[in-house]
Design a protein around this ligand. Structure first.
Ligand code: DCP
Ligand code: CA
Ligand code: CA
Length: 356
């Protein structure tokens, strides 16, 4: 039996701001673009729960947030600071996991199957984690516990704010049954709209659907939808980057959905990585692509080749394949990363390129 935790920080950027400015703690706090007295452009990144009471939320135009609560505390983004707090959170979380996967700037999946063994122990572990993050860093978080990543994530949503929720395998299907399809983790707005137009309103409608029909509509992804609707998710907690790896990341000036721009970034990074790999005298056998979306969620996808390579073309080819296979073209991308691992010293080994 697997036991998975999803730990997600509460109102993360705003909580970080409250931490260093305790005087704003009991006020509505909005982090994002400059409101310029209601004339500002750009959006709300996040806000604390007091501000949420006025209807303000992530992604909303900052001008609208200003209209809703002109005397809220509006603060600009300080990404390096949030990133440093994020690193502190992640190093605490890692200690508790058999396997660890950072899924966003403020959340991570922990496979605790071995460490916990039972749901009861996992619940205790979750409370310990919450306690350590609170006492060490002064930040609140919520934790979902489930038999897989999907249920852990959705349990965490239900636990928010500042809570822990356990959904056992036997309860998983019922837990999600009455939710609208758009609430099923991983289903984007477009897919949700399409499903709804075909008469699938709730998750249980999808759970009862004919999987073949979903496959006709959505390809292999249709099978995942069907399984997920039944509370099933076989995907593993994927350890982030291997310790020994070489990579590069690029943050776009503006969030983008342009494959062309992403390809260009991939080409540049692949060249730099290949040079670094050669400089250190290595070859690699795994290529990983990382996408960070405008909402700071992150996705990692890897591809292994069954030989060792040191070629920039190989890196770029694999990264572009992964991009095409996993990027839906819907979400805006903030940052692209490419990384190679499975590093081996090249000494004594014939370079692949010397065969040609
Ligand atoms: N973020 C952003 N723009 C978005 C969504 C998120 O800039 N549209 C940033 C700010 C958030 C952080 O990412 O603090 C984490 O996002 P979450 O979706 O986890 O939201 P919060 O942590 O802010 O709130 P919650 O308590 O609902 O998790
Ligand atoms: Ca969060
Ligand atoms: Ca999050």
């Amino acid at each position: 039996m697997r036991i998975i935790l999803l730990v997600d920080m509460d109102y993360f950027f705003a909580a970080c701001e409250e931490l260093r400015k305790p005087e704003i703690k009991d006020k509505p706090v909005v982090v994002g673009a400059d409101p310029k007295k209601g004339k500002g452009r750009g959006v709300v990144s996040t806000c604390n729960y007091i501000a949420r009471k006025y209807g303000i939320h992530s992604g909303m135009p900052i001008s609208m947030a200003y209209r809703l609560k002109p005397d809220a505390i509006f603060l600009p983004l300080d990404e390096p600071y949030y990133e440093s707090m994020s690193n502190k959170v992640m190093s605490i979380l890692k200690k508790y996991a058999d396997k660890f996967e950072q899924a966003s700037v403020d959340e991570a999946f922990l496979d605790v199957s071995q460490k916990a063994q039972t749901y009861e122990n996992a619940l205790e572990l979750a409370k310990q984690i919450k306690e350590e993050i609170k006492t060490e860093l002064g930040l609140p978080c919520s934790i979902g516990i489930g038999p897989n990543k999907l249920i852990a994530k959705m349990a965490c949503e239900a636990a928010k704010p500042n809570g822990v929720k356990l959904v056992k395998e036997s309860e998983a299907k019922e837990f999600i049954a009455n939710m609208p399809v758009g609430k099923l983790y991983g289903i984007g707005k477009k897919t949700a709209a399409k499903l709804e137009s075909e008469g699938y309103k709730t998750v249980s409608d999808l759970a009862k659907a004919n999987p073949m029909k979903l496959m006709d509509e959505f390809g292999v992804y249709g099978v995942d939808i069907y399984k997920n609707a039944n509370g099933i998710d076989e995907s593993e907690v994927q350890e982030n980057y291997e310790v020994k790896s070489i990579g590069r990341e690029k943050t776009f000036e503006e969030d983008t959905s342009s494959i062309e721009l992403m390809d260009k970034a991939i080409d540049e990074m692949s060249n730099e990585i290949a040079q670094e790999v050669a400089r250190q005298g290595f070859s690699f056998s795994t290529i990983t692509l990382k996408l960070r979306f405008s909402n700071f969620d992150e996705h990692l996808k890897s591809k292994s080749i069954n030989y060792s390579s040191d070629s920039s073309v190989e890196i770029a080819k694999a990264a572009k394949e992964l991009l095409r296979a996993y990027y839906d073209g819907e979400q805006l991308v903030r940052k692209v990363g490419v990384r190679v691992s499975g590093l081996k010293p090249f000494r004594g080994q014939k370079r692949l390129s010397s065969y040609f």
